[in-house]
Design a protein around this ligand. Structure first.
Ligand SMILES: Cc1cc2nc3c(=O)[nH]c(=O)nc-3n(C[C@H](O)[C@H](O)[C@H](O)COP(=O)(O)OP(=O)(O)OC[C@H]3O[C@@H](n4cnc5c(N)ncnc54)[C@H](O)[C@@H]3O)c2cc1C
Ligand SMILES: *[C@@H]1O[C@H](CO)[C@@H](O)[C@H](O)[C@H]1NC(C)=O
Ligand SMILES: *[C@@H]1O[C@H](CO)[C@@H](O)[C@H](O)[C@H]1NC(C)=O
Ligand SMILES: *[C@@H]1O[C@H](CO)[C@@H](O)[C@H](O)[C@H]1NC(C)=O
Ligand SMILES: *[C@@H]1O[C@H](CO)[C@@H](O)[C@H](O)[C@H]1NC(C)=O
Ligand SMILES: *[C@@H]1O[C@H](CO)[C@@H](O)[C@H](O)[C@H]1NC(C)=O
Ligand SMILES: *[C@@H]1O[C@H](CO)[C@@H](O)[C@H](O)[C@H]1NC(C)=O
Ligand SMILES: *[C@@H]1O[C@H](CO)[C@@H](O)[C@H](O)[C@H]1NC(C)=O
Length: 508
């Protein structure tokens, strides 16, 4: 039906124009003309740099073909691009660091106009506030803050992740229990709306927009800069307790012990502790269980004292390590192999390493903690012999709540991020090597999550920055914004009535 309609339309236009429109030579498309007229130098199909411009971080999703990618240098350029898209009925998306798990920085569907923020990388300080161009990556931001008065913020661990998607949709890291999500540390932002107007959103201007764009930032315009609070950068002690010889049964008891420990209201955990539980392939029995963390301001003896009650429950067979860092070496340390020297946190002249992967998540709350059947099923799955060896998987649990955590002590409606009741997140992640098919890989990772969720009678929320590419918009809203969807839909009608800024899980 649809192709018959297209054939009819093509029959009505002169054939040379129909052909050239299909192969998209730049000058023939009104959108491209509009972009060129605005001096935006669009990269389109056929251009030598097109393929590189449309290669996502997630190499599982390589079929997206934007109609054009532009690299504006300033807010006016962003506004001109959005107006060109709107005028020509082409959907528009921002791309920050390009790290969306679903490649939504390329629109999530072919035919969109992509506004890359790569050339908007200004950074400045005014007192303790930082103003950050939306094209910056986390490594550059951390390095700049450190070099300008030893300042810091809480944010995620990968230096190449962009501040645009990260702060726009949450942004969790080791210091978040102390300072909050990156979105929570934003004081104001400049946003180009769907009609091309650039506005400030803050607690005193466009408050609704400010609320929405800190949690559902991909749906309300293109953020061009963030002004954030910063904090004096503390030293830290990184610690790790590794249990390489656990069986699945011991690991499941270990998970439940960890859950009791972090949720213990009688002996609440200092918010200066960032804490994770990791399960990775290896060890004697197929997987390695470890508790890793960062204790800001404290030394090794405070770590030992704080962790003692948990370690008592975890048994005597572990190895441990402690490393004292200044702040920036702490940032480097959690970046893993992504950077080896402080200078390598500067991403400007470095290449990222894309991978073919799938990931998804579960938020566990105090009121619906995991019960033994879920923990047992998860560990049996992860420790099982015969797991595909060509999937590099991990399961990471990040502590959000507990004690006076700055994430969960903010009110449920502080901003659009909709999981202030999270005790911890579980992220299930797999990189597919060699010839493992993407569908087999996705299936294996989804199996992890099913062990947790199918054994429990609860509705779990999920983390939108671990966006699951398999969800319809309705499912995504229930997982990411269960109590905020209605408000977000109304605001979408106000700020983007024609759905100019649009992706597959958008509010429509
Ligand atoms: C290796 C790796 C490590 C990670 N580690 C962490 C972690 O430690 N903690 C954590 O919380 N998350 C982490 N993440 C997830 C990360 O926070 C998200 O993928 C985030 O959305 C990426 O932002 P981006 O700008 O790089 O991505 P993009 O793909 O560019 O953007 C993501 C989404 O945000 C939109 N967007 C981007 N910029 C803007 C803007 N300026 N205005 C409006 N919308 C915009 C895009 O259109 C897209 O929908 C990690 C991801 C990866 C791949
Ligand atoms: C070209 O850009 C100018 C502003 O630079 C604008 O006035 C004019 O309308 C644009 N023309 C088209 C066809 O987009
Ligand atoms: C710096 O911050 C002060 C107070 O918050 C403000 O009055 C001033 O305008 C800011 N300066 C710049 C250059 O933004
Ligand atoms: C990163 O390096 C580039 C030069 O290669 C420099 O212009 C930029 O200021 C550096 N960024 C930071 C945050 O140090
Ligand atoms: C794990 O088991 C091996 C022997 O199989 C042993 O050498 C090692 O010390 C054990 N590790 C720990 C942390 O107990
Ligand atoms: C994948 O590659 C391995 C060798 O590396 C081979 O044994 C296996 O049959 C291949 N599987 C598929 C599905 O092609
Ligand atoms: C799950 O909840 C439903 C409705 O509340 C209830 O009928 C059912 O018995 C519960 N199942 C389990 C396994 O707890
Ligand atoms: C753009 O939209 C905003 C929000 O609806 C509105 O306040 C503003 O007046 C609009 N700007 C123009 C130029 O229409």
């Amino acid at each position: 039906m649809r192709s018959a309609f297209i054939a009819l339309v093509l029959a009505l236009v002169p054939s040379s124009r129909a052909l050239s429109a299909a192969s998209l030579p730049a000058a023939d498309v009104p959108l491209v003309q509009c972009l060129k007229n605005a001096s935006l130098d669009p990269v389109v199909q056929g251009n030598p740099s097109y393929l590189e411009a449309v290669t996502p971080f997630n190499l599982r999703i390589t079929d997206l073909r934007p109609v054009a990618v532009v690299y504006p240098k300033d807010t006016e350029g962003v506004a001109a691009a959005v107006i060109c898209g709107a005028k020509n009925n082409v959907k528009v998306n921002a791309r920050g660091g390009g790290h969306s798990y679903a490649a939504y920085g390329l629109g999530g569907k072919s035919g969109h106009l992509i506004v890359s923020l790569d050339n908007i990388r200004h950074l400045s300080m005014n007192g303790s506030y930082a103003t950050i161009g939306a094209g910056n990556r986390l490594g550059d931001v951390a390095l700049y803050l450190w070099n300008n008065g030893k300042r810091a913020m809480a944010h995620g661990t990968c230096p190449f992740v962009g501040i645009g998607g990260h702060a726009g949709q949450g942004g969790f890291g080791p210091a978040s229990r102390a300072w909050g999500l990156l979105a929570d540390q934003v004081m104001s932002m400049e946003i180009v709306l769907a009609n091309g107007s650039a506005v400030t959103a803050s607690s005193s201007e466009n408050r609704d927009l400010f609320w929405a764009a800190r949690g559902a930032g991909a749906s309300f315009g293109i953020i061009t800069s963030f002004t954030t609070v910063t904090h004096a950068a503390p030293d830290s002690t990184a610690f790790s307790y590794t249990f390489p010889n656990y069986t699945a049964a011991e690991a499941s008891k270990g998970l439940l012990a960890w859950q009791r420990f972090v949720g213990d209201t009688k002996s609440p955990l200092d918010p200066n502790v960032g804490l994770e539980l990791h399960i990775t392939p290896g060890g004697k029995n197929g997987a390695v269980f470890s508790i890793d963390g960062t204790y800001y301001t404290a030394d090794e003896s405070s770590v030992t004292k704080t962790m003692a009650p948990l370690l008592k429950d975890l048994g005597p067979h572990y190895t441990q390590s402690f490393t004292k860092h200044d702040w920036i070496h702490g940032v480097l340390s959690v970046a893993g192999n992504a950077a080896h020297t402080i200078d390598e946190l500067n991403t400007t002249n470095r290449k990222d390493s894309p991978e073919r992967f799938f990931a998804t998540s579960t938020f566990v709350t105090d009121h619906e903690p995991l019960k033994a059947p879920s923990a047992e099923a998860l560990m049996s799955y992860l420790y099982a012999p015969g797991k595909p060896s060509n999937i590099q998987w991990f399961v990471f649990m990040d502590l959000y709540g507990g004690g006076r955590s700055a994430v969960t002590s903010r009110s449920a409606d502080f901003n659009a991020f909709d999981a202030r009741d999270a005790l911890y997140s579980i992220q299930y992640y797999g990189t597919f090597l060699g010839n493992v098919s993407s569908s087999a890989g996705v299936h294996f990772i989804q199996g992890m999550k099913n062990t947790v969720e199918d054994n429990q009678n609860a509705t779990f929320k999920e983390y939108v920055n671990y966006i699951d590419s398999t969800y319809s918009a309705d499912v995504a809203h229930r997982k990411y914004y269960p109590s905020h969807t209605e408000r977000l839909k109304k605001l979408k009608d106000v700020y983007d009535p024609d759905r100019v800024i649009h992706h597959p899980q958008d509010f429509s």
